[in-house]
Write a protein that binds this ligand. Structure first.
Ligand code: DGT
Ligand code: CA
Ligand code: CA
Ligand code: ZN
Length: 609
């Protein structure tokens, strides 16, 4: 059990006790224990194996130590379970509403048995709260406002949205000019997590401008950002607010001497930080958001840059995307950190749509936009006929489309145009296109768009059948998830990856911010299974072509290196590395004569590099 789980159980017990009307001292002791355990550098589970170590912690007496042992042993706490028989778990959400403390929550429960945000919202709307003791018309209004903020703020945001908002706020803060030294994003955004809960921004103030007056001026400016709905906190070194979109933003103001320690701390992840802190302790240091310091005399030894701190801990600097405590610290210690892929390594885009199916732009428009981005090749992957809502192509229309792609190639020479199709994988795993037409394509991409709720066994069989089809070269958005909306398919990922490797089928990392599929952890599994990756945009318009950034950032979280990714290769090498088509000679088929013919424009591009 992790510290935070133990802390959560203790904290919830404290909150439930407070609602239940327990005496102050009683719930405070749970609250304090929760706080202590949350900030503990070592695992409370391992501490607890020696009971004396537990009671040696400040504020933990014999009784609390017993409670903690119970939680570690049973995974829960009897008093909490008992209180949850009396109150629904959702009552804890009410405490998150600004303007509702435990006393008022208790009144709402006693009077109306109201235990959810929705129930309280309804009561406030109907004007039923104003008559209660301690409430009034004004508090009804405040509750409705707080409910709106809660509903929006309880959500998470797609990575691209968070990045865009962060860029806007950072640009706003930068207009302060020399009043600040630097401003950057930390938190899950810097780690490129697929969704972001809130923004954590760090503003470094110049050494000479650290007086309260300067801090106040900077805070004033930050809080003048237009879209602010509610200011949550305004202190000496932090301002916090909620935007009208519901996104919360925490901005920390710091001196340059602490910038590295703060960046490290607020980038997280929490799990990475916890492990770093126990490493520091073992080496005779303490690590917090201000500095890495010597344990014996509290003398700071590193704080200005992250590199300094990692170095003092005997570690190489760790890219933020890897900071999830999944082996990156060991890798940094032994010089085995991966050389992560960057956007610059990408030479082409292997999934995009045109007006032939559901895209917004023509073949030529997409090609010109891709050329402007510096791509050397792109594959057109319009949908096949089963996807009727996307105006999918049947055999006849696909043949005509292939001809249109060949014709467009005559008008453009900076980028090689590959004929492909996003071929639907039907319910039984067969492909939605005749073999004869599949044979004509330069690349065959396959994906699922129907019967998404098959059970695990059926979905696994369906995927296996698709992989076994000799034409399948790439599986696009392999789990079909839509972030914040739809879970991915349920299938045996390990078996599918093993089979993909056996057949030489590559897996896509779809860059669309609503997909990011394969996801980080699956990408790492794929890499371990020696499955090749393709990072594509699935662009449905020219502007979507720049989404490749988010696929690359997700791939970095999956420890992916350029050598793992097929579209870091030059076009001919890519075509040779794809699964050989039926009838092609040898394990590494020569590119089809048509597509393999060297074009002078490509040769020129190559020689420029
Ligand atoms: P999010 O906002 O849910 O997408 O995820 P994060 O990782 O941005 O989390 P957030 O905003 O709660 O905190 C930002 C970073 O600050 C987090 O990654 C690590 C650090 N941090 C925050 N609270 C704690 C804590 O209680 N203990 C430790 N060790 N680190 C913390
Ligand atoms: Ca955050
Ligand atoms: Ca935060
Ligand atoms: Zn589409």
């Amino acid at each position: 059990m992790e510290n935070r789980d133990v802390a959560r159980i203790l904290r919830e017990t404290a909150q439930l006790l407070e609602i239940d009307g327990a005496i102050i001292g009683r719930y405070r002791s749970y609250e304090r224990a929760a706080e202590l355990i949350d900030g503990l550098p070592e695992s409370v589970a391992s501490l607890a194996s020696d009971p004396e170590k537990l009671t040696a912690l400040p504020g933990i007496g014999d009784r609390m130590a017993e409670h903690i042992q119970e939680i570690l042993k049973t995974g829960d706490y009897a008093l909490r379970t008992k209180l949850l028989k009396k109150y629904p778990h959702t009552i804890l959400d009410l405490l998150k509403l600004q303007s509702l403390g435990p006393k008022k929550v208790a009144v709402l429960w006693k009077t109306f048995k109201a235990g959810t945000v929705e129930q309280v919202e309804k009561l406030a709307r109907e004007g039923k709260l104003r008559a209660l003791d301690g409430f009034g018309e004004k508090s009804e209004q405040n509750i409705l406002k707080a409910v709106a903020v809660f509903q929006k703020a309880s959500g998470r945001f797609h990575l691209d949205v968070a990045q865009r908002v962060a860029d806007e706020i950072i640009a706003h803060i930068r207009t302060l000019g020399r009043q600040i030294e630097d401003v950057q994003a930390a938190g899950s955004l810097r780690r490129s997590k697929e969704t972001v809960g809130d923004l954590d921004l760090l503003v470094t103030m110049p050494e000479s401008r650290n007086k309260p007056r300067d801090v106040a001026a900077v805070s004033d400016h930050i809080l003048a950002f237009p879209a602010i709905e509610q200011v949550l906190a305004r202190g000496e070194n932090k301002v916090s607010f909620i935007l009208s979109s519901g996104m919360q933003v925490d901005v920390r103001l710091l001196p340059p001497s602490e910038a590295g320690a703060a960046l490290l701390y607020f980038t997280g992840s929490k799990e990475h930080n916890v492990t770093l802190r126990s490493r520091a302790l073992k080496m005779g240091f303490t690590l917090n958001e201000y500095a890495l310091s010597r344990l014996k005399d509290e003398k700071p030894v590193a704080s200005r840059t992250e590199e300094d701190i990692y170095r003092k801990l005997g570690l190489a600097w760790i890219p933020p995307e890897l900071r999830e405590n999944t082996g990156e610290i060991e890798a940094a210690e032994t010089g085995r950190l991966p050389h992560l892929i960057t956007v610059k390594d990408i030479r082409g885009d292997l999934q995009m749509h045109t007006t032939a199916s559901d895209g917004k732009n023509s073949i030529l428009e997409m090609a010109q936009a891709a050329e402007a981005l510096g791509h050397q090749y792109i594959a057109f992957t319009d949908h096949s006929k089963a996807v009727t809502v996307a105006n999918g192509l049947d055999e006849k229309r696909l043949k005509a489309h292939i001809q249109a792609i060949r014709a467009a190639q005559k008008q453009i020479d900076g980028v090689r145009l590959l004929a492909s199709c996003e071929v639907d994988i039907l319910k039984d795993g067969s492909l939605d296109m005749d073999a004869e037409v599949l044979a004509e394509l330069d690349v065959v991409l396959c994906s699922i768009h129907s019967y998404m709720n098959l059970d695990r066994a059926a979905m696994t069989d369906r995927m296996l059948a698709a992989l076994e089809n000799p034409y399948t070269q790439i599986i696009a958005h392999p789990t079909g998830r839509i972030l914040l909306r739809r879970e991915g398919f349920d299938y045996d990922m390990e078996l599918i990856l093993k089979t993909a490797h056996e057949h030489g089928v590559a897996m896509e990392c779809n860059s669309h911010p609503e997909r990011l599929d394969l996801r980080d952890t699956h990408l790492r599994m794929a890499k371990d299974a020696l499955v090749k990756i393709v990072i594509s945009t699935d662009a449905h318009s020219t502007s979507n072509l720049s989404l490749i950034e988010f696929g690359v950032r997700t791939a970095r979280r999956g420890w992916i290196e350029p050598k793992d990714v097929l579209n870091t290769l030059r076009c001919d090498d890519l075509l040779a590395a794809l699964r050989p088509k039926p009838g092609a000679a040898g394990p590494h088929q020569a590119a089809p004569a048509r597509a393999g013919a060297k074009r002078p424009a490509i040769a020129r591009r190559k020689s420029r590099q």
